[in-house]
Design a protein around this ligand. Structure first.
Ligand code: HEM
Length: 430
C-alpha cells in the first residue's frame, strides 16, 4: 500500500484530500470491525496517526488514531467542532447512505449543534442528568435487573446480550427520564427496530420522537423527580421539539454504549482467567474488568466526529475546511506511545485502575460526566446483581465461537450464550 503524500493538495476545491488518495483505507463495510486492533496496527505502520479512509460510496474522511492527535482534536472545539453542517461532502452523500444515521444531520439537539448553541443545550442537559440521585439509580437498576433475571433464571441457559445487557440500560434510562415502565418497554422495542435499520427504522424513529413529545407534554403539566422535569425547570427556554430531541439524544447515546460495556465486561470475565475472580464475588474485580474494557474493548471504537472549521495541519496531514475527522477512540487507547508508559503492567494501562482512556471522548463535546456516572452505575449494578443471582455462570459455547457485531464503529457482541444452575425467581413483582 502506498503512503499518500502528507501534503497532497485537495482533489477538489475544499474537498477532503483523503478521497481518491492512493492507499485510503476502506472503512465501514459489513466485514469491518471484528479484529480492530490488528487493523489499527497496520494503519499506524502504514499511515501514521491520521489515516485517510474511504467510507462506503467512496466518501473520504480522516481517521485519527494517535492518542496525542485525538487529544488535540477533541481539546480544540473551535477548530474542530462537532458541526456536521461544515461537511464538504454533503453534495456527494446519497439520501440512503448507510452511515447517515450515525453521522447525523444538523438539528437543534445537544448532539447536532456546535459552539454557543451546543453549550446552551449542554448547560441544560448536564445538570438535569446530574440531579439523578445515585441511590435511586442503583435501586432502579437492582429492581429492573432482578426482573430481567427472573425471566431467565429457571431455564439454566440464556443469551446475556439480548436478555440482559441490551434491555437493562434502556429500561433504567426510561425510568430516569420519567417514563412509566410499560412505555420503557416500548422504547426498548423502538431502539431495537432503529438498530436493525432498513424500512422499519424510519417508522421507529417517528415513534421514538412521539414518545418523547408526549413525555415533554406530560411533565409540563405534572412535573416529577426526573430528568425531563429538571430540563423543563431550567431557566433557559427551549422549544418542545428541542426538549424532545435532547431526550432522544440522551437515550440513544446511552443505551447501546452501556449495553456493550456490560456485554464486553461479561465476556472478559467469562473468558480471561485474570478477570474470573469477579465471577465468584470479587466486586473489586468487576470494577477492574469494566475499566479494562474501556481501554481495550470500548463500546465506541470510532465516532463521527469532528469537522475542520478551517484549513489546518494535523499529524503531518493537510486538513481542509469541512473535512470530516473520525475519532478513533479505541485506536488512540491502544497507541504505543501511551502503552510504553506502563511497562510493569505489560503495556495495559487499565490494569492499574488508570482512567485516562478516551472511551468517553474528551473536550467540550465529550460524554457528559454525569452521563458517564449513570452508565457506570447501570453497568456495575447490573453485573453485580447478575453474579449474585447466578453465581456459577459460565459460557455455553467455546470462547472462539463468540461473534462480534460487524461494525467498525460500535464494539459489542451479537450474543453471549451462558449456562448456570437454574434458580428460583425473586417472587418480587415490583
Ligand atoms: C459506556 C457507556 C457510554 C459511552 C462509551 C459513551 C460514549 C460517548 C461518546 C464517545 C460521546 C461523544 C463525545 C464526542 O463527540 O466527543 C458521547 C456523548 C454523549 N453521551 Fe455518552 N456514552 C455512554 C453512556 C451514556 C449515557 C448512559 C448517557 C445518558 C445518560 C449518555 C449521554 C450522552 C450525551 C447526552 C452525549 C452528547 C454530549 C454533548 O454533545 O455534549 N452517554 N457519549
Amino acid at each position: 500500500m502506498t503512503n499518500p503524500s502528507p501534503t497532497a493538495p485537495a482533489s477538489t476545491a475544499g474537498g477532503c484530500p483523503a478521497g481518491g488518495a492512493p492507499g485510503a483505507v476502506p472503512l465501514g463495510g459489513a466485514d469491518s470491525g471484528t479484529e480492530p486492533q490488528a487493523l489499527y496496527r497496520t494503519m499506524r505502520r502504514e499511515h501514521g496517526p491520521v489515516v485517510p479512509v474511504e467510507l462506503p460510496g467512496g466518501i473520504p474522511a480522516w481517521l485519527v488514531i494517535g492518542y496525542r492527535e485525538l487529544h488535540q482534536v477533541t481539546s480544540d472545539g473551535e477548530l474542530f467542532p462537532r458541526d456536521v453542517s461544515l461537511w464538504n461532502q454533503w453534495g456527494r452523500v446519497p439520501e440512503d447512505w448507510p452511515l447517515l444515521p450515525m453521522v447525523g444531520q444538523p438539528m437543534p439537539s445537544i448532539y447536532f449543534t456546535a459552539g454557543a448553541e451546543h453549550r446552551r443545550h449542554a448547560e441544560m442537559v448536564g445538570p438535569a442528568l446530574e440531579g439523578a440521585d445515585p441511590f435511586e439509580i442503583r435501586s432502579h437498576c437492582e429492581q429492573l435487573a432482578d426482573r430481567l433475571i427472573d425471566g431467565i433464571c429457571s431455564r439454566g441457559t440464556a443469551d446475556l446480550i439480548a436478555e440482559f445487557a441490551v434491555p437493562l440500560p434502556v429500561l433504567v434510562l426510561s425510568r430516569l427520564v420519567g417514563f412509566p415502565d410499560a412505555e420503557g418497554a416500548d422504547i426498548a422495542r423502538v431502539l431495537g427496530d432503529l438498530a436493525d435499520g432498513g424500512a422499519g427504522a424510519q417508522e421507529a424513529h417517528a415513534r421514538f420522537g412521539e414518545h418523547m413529545r408526549r413525555l415533554v407534554a406530560a411533565k409540563r403539566s405534572i412535573p416529577g423527580e426526573d430528568v425531563t422535569s429538571r430540563m423543563l425547570a431550567h431557566p433557559e427556554r427551549f422549544t418542545d421539539e428541542e426538549y424532545a430531541l435532547d431526550l432522544m439524544a440522551i437515550t440513544a447515546a446511552g443505551h447501546l454504549t452501556t449495553a456493550d460495556w456490560i456485554g464486553n465486561s461479561m465476556r472478559l470475565m467469562l473468558t480471561e482467567d485474570q478477570f474470573a475472580a469477579a465471577l465468584s464475588g470479587g466486586r473489586h474485580s468487576v470494577a477492574e474488568a469494566m475499566n479494562e474494557v474501556l481501554w481495550e474493548d470500548g463500546p465506541t471504537q470510532i465516532l463521527a466526529g469532528r469537522w475542520a472549521a478551517r484549513d489546518t495541519h494535523l499529524g503531518g496531514r493537510n486538513i481542509h475546511r469541512g473535512d470530516m475527522l473520525l475519532l478513533g477512540l479505541g485506536a488512540a487507547n491502544a497507541d504505543p506511545h501511551i502503552r510504553q508508559q506502563f511497562p510493569s503492567q505489560g503495556g495495559r494501562p487499565g490494569q492499574g485502575g488508570n482512567s485516562a482512556h478516551l472511551a468517553f471522548s474528551h473536550g467540550e463535546y465529550r460524554c457528559p460526566f454525569p452521563a458517564q456516572e449513570i452508565a457506570e452505575t447501570i453497568a456495575r449494578t447490573g453485573i453485580e446483581i447478575l453474579l449474585d443471582r447466578l453465581p456459577d455462570l459460565e459460557l455455553a459455547v467455546p470462547a472462539r465461537d463468540l461473534v462480534r457485531r460487524p461494525s467498525a464503529f460500535l464494539r459489542g457482541m451479537t450474543a453471549l450464550p451462558v449456562r448456570f444452575t437454574p434458580v428460583r425467581t425473586t417472587g418480587d413483582p415490583s
